[in-house]
Design a protein around this ligand. Structure first.
Ligand SMILES: C[S@@+](CC[C@H](N)C(=O)[O-])C[C@H]1O[C@@H](n2cnc3c(N)ncnc32)[C@H](O)[C@@H]1O
Length: 236
């Protein structure tokens, strides 16, 4: 892999290729933790029964929607992703389980046309790792731009735990076992090995937390299950 692994075109193709198996592999590779984390990372956001505007950035095929609709049952939910194949699967999910009510937006979040000062809530699960520092700065600026004043956000990402034993187990599992599972489910382990490379380089959400603070968002760092996932939440 010599191509720039952070180039949007490269990332988009990677997810296009993984779209058929992503949900299953994601579930298996996190021992089901991803489902728990998708609910937990919404905890810092105040519950609401109002018709609030919510957007799920880097939505994939809508893995977070269930948790979102439980916590915000009357929210208008928009979901953004740039992968055609992920959006196709998301559309099927919206039709099947969400009465076709999710507004799907196929755009690059780093060059989006979303309205300013519009959203009450911005959330994003497991999408940070494929951004480099400069792209994280753009993501922070864009999150601030699209949020209403007082609007809240929460982000989460799989991370490298600090405890050495856990780190070794996690590295072995994500770096060696997951690609094999990826091969069994997909026929090609390269894509899932790539996900590990991103996670390994991402380390944890501490840098991203500082970047979100630096653009003027009130931001707090969070750690989940001994640092196997980390994230941050806050408000504008
Ligand atoms: C690891 S998946 C996460 C999916 C989902 N949020 C979840 O909870 O599992 C990351 C998603 O981000 C999308 N993505 C990556 N970079 C993007 C960008 N610059 N703009 C829009 N979508 C992007 C990919 O297409 C992929 O579907």
């Amino acid at each position: 892999m010599t191509e720039n692994m952070y180039s949007p075109a490269f990332v988009k193709e990677l997810f296009n290729r993984m779209s058929s198996s992503y949900e299953r592999v994601n579930y298996i590779t996190s021992f089901g933790f991803s489902i728990r984390w998708r609910a937990q990372f919404l905890d810092p956001i105040q519950k609401s029964n109002q018709r609030i505007e919510t957007i799920d950035l880097l939505t994939g095929m809508g893995e977070t929607w269930k948790a979102v609709s439980r916590k915000f049952p009357n929210a208008n939910l928009s979901a953004l992703d740039f992968s055609e194949e992920m959006i196709k699967q998301a559309k099927t999910k919206s039709e099947k389980y969400f009465k076709n009510k999710v507004t799907l937006i196929q755009q690059d979040v780093l060059q989006n046309q979303l309205p300013s000062n519009h959203f009450d809530i911005v959330i994003c699960a497991f999408g940070l790792k494929t951004f480099d520092k400069e792209q994280l700065e753009t993501l922070a600026t864009e999150t601030k731009r699209i949020l209403k004043i007082g609007g809240q956000f929460s982000f989460i990402e799989v991370s490298r735990p600090e405890n050495n034993i856990l780190k070794a187990l996690y590295s072995f599992y994500l770096g060696q076992i997951v690609p094999v599972l990826g091969k069994l489910l997909l026929g090609n382990p390269t894509e899932y090995r790539m996900l590990w490379r991103y996670t390994d380089k991402f380390v944890n959400a501490k840098t991203a937390t500082e970047i979100f603070k630096s653009v003027g968002l009130k931001t707090k760092f969070h750690s989940y299950f001994y640092g196997c996932a980390t994230g941050f939440s806050g408000y504008k």
